[in-house]
Write a protein that binds this ligand. Structure first.
Ligand code: ADP
Ligand code: ZN
Length: 220
């Protein structure tokens, strides 16, 4: 790793583990930048760009957007982030091919992965969370029956209204498919980084603030 520059972070974990919520809080508090491929795809979808329409056709089925598309998008986005700024990748890389491409992209920019954090939640709780997802209408923070907002219907983070919006890809069939795709394609990515000794496992069950504390320790 280059002098004085903390390595970039990758936050991994199965769908429903709460990566998005935690990543947003962590980056906000630490001045890092979150690079969440799922969020970028959803943003394209809202703006009805060709990339959004392409991505949607995969997302609604619970499958992954093709690697070349995803990698191209990440390459562009990284180029806009100052090298001194620590990036937290969220939802990327999800395949070994993406992980290999990321190594190359980062090396060219004098960056490197410092840590890979794996958020861990038992499968039953994952299914429950995915079935009961609610989202802040302003900041998009994600809540569920297991992790409700402190005041019912009000976002802890920004005070916005929390609405029960299961995403179109949260239907039970699609959820099952997403979990399957995760074990087939993304668990090998964990092994890829494990082989380099970069992975720290963090218990994702409990109060959001407790999980954040564990994540911060793992990122240090
Ligand atoms: P989750 O809540 O399942 O972690 P995300 O918001 O990260 O979901 O992503 C939603 C969907 O966007 C994925 O199911 C997939 O179709 C697509 N997607 C996001 N990131 C990637 C990626 N790195 N590679 C391929 N597809 C992706
Ligand atoms: Zn909010």
């Amino acid at each position: 790793m280059s002098h004085g520059r903390p390595g970039d972070l990758i936050l991994m974990g199965p769908p429903g583990v709460g990566k998005g919520t935690q990543a947003r809080l962590l980056v906000d508090r630490n001045g890092w930048v979150q690079l969440a491929t799922g969020d970028i795809f959803r943003d394209h979808l809202r703006r009805k760009t060709p990339l959004g329409e392409l991505a949607a056709s995969y997302m609604y089925k619970g499958s992954y957007v093709p690697d070349d598309v995803t990698v191209g998008m990440v390459r562009e986005r990284i180029a806009e982030i100052p090298r001194e700024t620590r990036v937290m990748f969220d939802g990327f890389p999800r395949t070994v091919a993406q992980a290999e491409a990321l190594d190359e992209i980062l090396a060219k920019q004098g960056r490197a992965i410092g840590r890979v954090i794996l958020l861990d939640v038992p499968r039953d709780e994952l299914l429950d969370r995915l079935a009961s997802r609610a989202t802040c209408s302003i900041c998009q923070a994600v809540y569920s029956t297991g992790h409700p907002p402190k005041a019912p219907g009000i976002c802890d983070r920004c005070g916005g209204a929390v609405v029960a919006t299961a995403r179109p890809d949260d239907s039970p069939d699609v959820v099952r498919k997403r979990l399957e795709v995760y074990s087939d394609q993304t668990e090998p990515v964990v092994r890829f980084y494990d082989a380099r000794g970069l992975v720290r496992r963090v218990d994702g069950v409990g109060d959001v603030e407790d999980v954040i504390k564990r994540l911060l320790e793992a990122a240090a």
